[in-house]
Design a protein around this ligand. Structure first.
Ligand code: G6P
Ligand code: MG
Length: 217
């Protein structure tokens, strides 16, 4: 019996995962570091500073803390230009119906996003009323794949993690959900999300009925 569904934001509710990718890609190009979508799978769900560290390691490049600060800020400036025009039209197809279905069934919802930009994004998407609680980067010490952010979401809803479902598009996110002891729904390619309990390619393929059916198996 599901008591709560905890959603990731970027790449689950809206396609900001693409904006993060484009912003990092631009930065990697500036730094002369090769970056493609396959490498990007390792960055999904990972915090800003940790993502930059992974890119630098990938390119075998060393930067001072000050330089890293500069580039991380530059990436975020670029990302912010992408998100400034977000509207409810940018919700991924089907995700709002799924959230409504969950709420109508009396199940609680939470957002668990590693992004410091999560609040303005959900505001622009106008989905705040469908989320009972929000946990963002400011409230956690350890980023995904650590389970902290999902555990915190469950805590804030006073639900045992065993009765929670997490929804993620990132490898690190699915790992975090599993480490939290929750049922993991992956959104994206099966190969990238093999650790998830159920993988769908798009949010439009999600339904509470199917989720319940799978949890009973
Ligand atoms: C999410 C995204 C990552 C991003 C991280 C930090 O987890 O999936 O791609 O790096 O948030 O986002 P921020 O907006 O704080 O740079
Ligand atoms: Mg994501």
């Amino acid at each position: 019996q599901i008591q709560a569904v905890i959603f990731d934001l970027d790449g689950v509710i809206t396609d900001t995962a693409e904006y993060h990718y484009l912003a990092w890609k631009q930065l990697a190009d500036d730094l002369g570091i090769p970056m493609d979508r396959s490498f990007n799978e390792q960055l999904k769900g990972v915090g800003r500073k940790e993502s930059l560290d992974k890119i630098l390691e990938h390119g075998g490049k060393h930067l001072t803390e000050e330089e890293k600060e500069f580039y991380a800020t530059k990436k975020n400036e670029h990302y912010k230009t992408f998100i400034q025009d977000i509207t409810p039209d940018d919700l991924l197809p089907g995700i709002l119906d799924f959230m409504k279905e969950i709420k109508e069934a009396g199940i609680q919802t939470a957002l668990a996003s590693a992004s410091k930009n999560a609040k303005p994004v959900i505001k622009r998407l106008e989905v705040e009323q469908y989320l009972d609680t929000v946990v963002d980067a400011a409230q956690v010490t350890n980023g995904k794949p650590d389970p902290e952010i999902f555990i915190k979401g469950a805590d804030q809803l006073s639900v045992d993690p065993a009765y929670c479902v997490g929804v993620e598009d990132a490898q690190a996110g699915v790992q975090a959900i599993k480490a939290a002891g929750m049922y993991a729904v992956g959104i994206g390619a099966e190969e990238a999300l093999s650790q998830a309990d159920w993988v769908v390619q798009q949010p439009s393929q999600l339904s509470l009925e199917e989720l319940k059916r799978r949890l009973e198996m």
